[in-house]
Design a protein around this ligand. Structure first.
Ligand code: ADP
Ligand code: MG
Length: 324
């Protein structure tokens, strides 16, 4: 399969992940299994026994004793039905939860590429804020609607640098903002635009560019493409896998869309009612699911049940010819 064959109608599961950049043009299965092994040996993030409750009138145990590790440069998919606790886990890792949410147990550690370890539990205030953009960046669910409509893209992007890289000159800031936009496939002339002048896909790319601004080692993306149509979704996914290969960040990619995760993830964690019920190599999880719930979840996507283990992503059966 050529690396430009990105609009294919159907792909074999063993090829998924092998598309994108030349760097990735190796058998998907082998490469993914390698990454999964890497993840165990060189984690960038380790989460142990992590629990979160919403202590409202009724106590909701949204995340229950989750243990996960994210490998350096790995794409870890987090799958599960709406309401199973995916966003709560993501917010919890990044210490972004607000009352009535309470972290009732567990730890999260960040393992820097420079060799030090940070206990996220011990960060607070300014330290925590700096850490968030710098080391772990997040693209929130519905993020594209969170851009301020009356401020230009440029000013919103520059804010990150003014806050976190105050030594940069104005000119350097502008250059970096333009470079970032181009990195995600948006013309730098768009810096002067207001958010309402951009399509949903472009706004989402801007959010991804902003998350990448400080060269984070981890990106947590919560349903980053859910609101977009399938063609735009695919273009953005392609962009993310390409950037991951170029820049080496790791991704926790959250979505209820399991077929999509099977295409891009090295490993997948399946979450149900606050618990991770299965975690494994993406190819393995698809071909040999262990947990009954994983089997049920796979079966609930008719597009995954083609012949001979081929899988056809429902929404992309038409030619998705558009370029990124
Ligand atoms: N602010 C809140 N107060 C009470 N319960 C909440 C709150 N936010 C989320 N929940 C509950 O926590 C559970 C997990 O929600 P969430 O993390 O948003 O799931 P997902 O992202 O997988 O759709 C759900 O049962 C949801 O109703
Ligand atoms: Mg959610």
């Amino acid at each position: 399969m050529s690396s430009t064959d990105q609009g294919a109608h159907s792909v074999s599961i063993t090829d998924v992940g092998a598309r994108g950049s030349a760097d990735e043009a190796r058998p998907g299965r082998e490469r993914r299994t390698e990454r999964a092994a890497e993840a165990r040996e060189h984690p960038v993030l380790t989460i142990e026994d992590f629990s979160v409750e919403y202590k409202g009138d009724r106590v909701v145990r949204a995340v229950k004793n989750v243990t996960l590790s994210l490998g350096r440069g790995e794409i870890l998919g987090l799958a599960g039905e709406s309401g199973c606790g995916k966003s709560t886990l993501a917010y919890g890792i990044n210490r972004l939860l607000k009352p009535p949410a309470v972290i009732t147990g567990g730890t999260a550690h960040f393992h820097s590429r420079e060799g030090y370890v940070i206990d996220l539990n011990e960060l607070s205030g300014e330290e925590l804020r700096a850490f968030r953009w710098d080391k772990i960046a997040m693209v929130f669910q519905g993020a594209m609607n969170s851009l301020n409509p009356v401020i230009t893209v440029q000013r919103q992007m520059e804010d990150i640098f003014s806050t976190h890289r105050p030594d940069l000159s104005r000119k350097e800031r502008r250059t970096r903002c333009g470079d970032l936009l181009e990195r995600v496939g948006v013309d730098r002339a768009r810096l002067r635009s207001y958010p309402h002048e951009l399509s949903g896909g472009m706004r989402q790319r801007v959010m991804i560019a902003m998350a990448m601004a400080l060269d984070p080692q981890v990106m947590i993306m919560d349903e980053p493409t859910t609101a977009l149509d399938v063609v735009v979704q695919r273009e953005i996914l392609r962009e993310i896998t390409r950037l991951r290969a170029d820049l080496g960040f790791a991704v926790i990619f959250i979505t209820h869309d399991l077929p999509l995760l099977l295409e891009i993830s090295d490993r997948i964690a399946v979450m149900r009612e606050g618990e991770i019920v299965e975690l494994g190599d993406a190819v393995e999880l698809y071909t040999n699911p262990q947990h009954d719930y994983t089997k049920k979840l796979l079966a609930s996507f008719p597009s995954l049940t083609g012949e001979r283990g081929d899988f056809i992503r429902g929404g992309t059966r038409h030619q998705d010819g558009g370029q990124a």
